[in-house]
Design a protein around this ligand. Structure first.
Ligand code: ATP
Ligand code: MG
Length: 347
């Protein structure tokens, strides 16, 4: 439904030029919710604004629903933009218009009749839970309600694609959950394709099917959400995941960690289990087959897109040979093993 081919964007020229996007290839199939996550300044807003040509890419092609936007005349592009609804972090509502009139605005611009406008706007207000707010002004609404108005407005022209630029970043966690639930409902009921950008893993975890990771204007990693959360392919992906899971070794242990192994030290490992390995009785096997005791320091289980993800930080206690063999056994399973360091034995 959305296809970006080798899209690059440079702001400005000469020595002050900023290369915001480099060679982005991105495919978003019809009916899916695709997230793009990245740190501040990574190029997320530029990327999403290039999809409806609010920013024109410096090079590359943008294709939405089979039509190449980057090759269109200005008037064709105005028409084609109706296929792309967009919502923003700060809602961008018109303060001097009521809720109804904000939602009606795109239809007025399309010169629809008053009757058509009413017929379209009322069901959208119903869907977004705003029917009884239709005569109110944005200043009278909460952040969540304002974003609902923005969503209804974005859907007024019956787009095939909804672009969301940090749509929940200005909202509290509970309101975020309700807005994400609404986006998911819209995706499922209307079959709308959603491209959303965010810096929050929680948003990706809650509703996205696939996710891309952007850094320095490049798409450095792309995966199904279940795969991304179980085994990110890049260091930045692992940092996002660790930050989200907040599973860190206790500070007093980290201070004692040594990068090198030694005669009298034990490895401390972070294990990420997914799929079948969650239920494998690994720990008893390490004890039985290698004589290694496992001291669990922290553990957590998450369910992501129907898949179970387990995490554990543990100390492997045994001789150097025993723990080396135990690590080899662990690595032969379907799990991610990271040696955080070594601690001196205290026994
Ligand atoms: N209109 C502009 N003119 C010049 N440089 C710009 C412009 N817009 C963005 N940039 C630069 O392009 C880069 C990417 O910016 P962008 O706004 O796309 O990042 P972002 O990932 O959306 O960041 P944030 O999470 O803070 O919103 C940054 O270095 C930014 O300073
Ligand atoms: Mg941005």
């Amino acid at each position: 439904m959305i296809s970006l081919e080798r899209v690059s964007k440079t702001y400005g020229t000469g020595p002050r030029a900023v290369q915001a996007l480099s060679d982005i290839d991105l495919q978003v199939p019809k009916g899916t919710i695709h997230g793009v996550i990245g740190l501040s300044g990574a190029g997320k807003s530029t990327l999403i604004r290039c999809v409806n040509l609010l920013e024109r890419p410096t090079t590359g092609r943008v294709i939405v629903d089979g039509a190449e936007l980057t090759a269109m005349s200005a008037s064709d592009l105005r028409q084609a933009r109706h296929q792309c609804g967009m919502i923003f972090q700060h809602f961008n509502l018109l303060t001097n218009r009521t809720v109804f009139d904000n939602v009606a605005l795109p239809l007025e611009l399309m010169r629809e009749s008053r009757r058509t406008i009413r017929e379209r706007v009322m069901p959208l207000l119903e869907m977004t839970g705003l029917t009884d707010k239709r005569h109110q002004y944005p200043a009278q609404l909460s952040g969540g309600q304002k974003q609902r108005v923005a969503i209804a407005r974005a859907l007024a022209s019956r787009p095939k694609v909804l672009l969301c630029d940090e749509a929940t970043s200005a909202l509290d966690p509970q309101t975020t959950t309700s807005i994400l639930a609404l986006l998911q409902e819209i995706n499922q009921q209307l079959g709308l394709t959603i491209l959303l950008i965010t810096h929050e893993m929680e948003v990706v975890k809650s509703i996205c099917h696939r996710v891309g990771l952007i850094s320095g204007g490049r798409l450095v990693e792309e995966a199904d959400v279940g795969d991304f959360f179980t085994a990110p392919g890049t260091q930045l992906g692992r940092e996002f995941l660790n930050d989200f899971l907040k599973l860190e070794a206790p500070r007093e242990l980290v201070e004692r960690l040594d990068a090198e192994s030694g005669q009298n030290s034990h490895p401390v490992v972070r294990l990420t289990f997914s799929g079948d390995s969650v239920s494998t009785p690994l720990i008893s096997r390490l004890a039985r087959e290698h004589g290694v005791d496992v001291s669990i320091l922290q553990a957590k289980v998450e369910s992501i897109q129907g898949r179970t993800l387990g995490l554990m930080i543990a100390e492997l206690i045994g001789s150097e040979t025993q723990t080396r063999q135990a690590l080899a056994t662990l690595k032969s399973f379907d799990l991610h093993v990271e040696v955080l360091g070594h601690v001196q034995r205290t026994d």
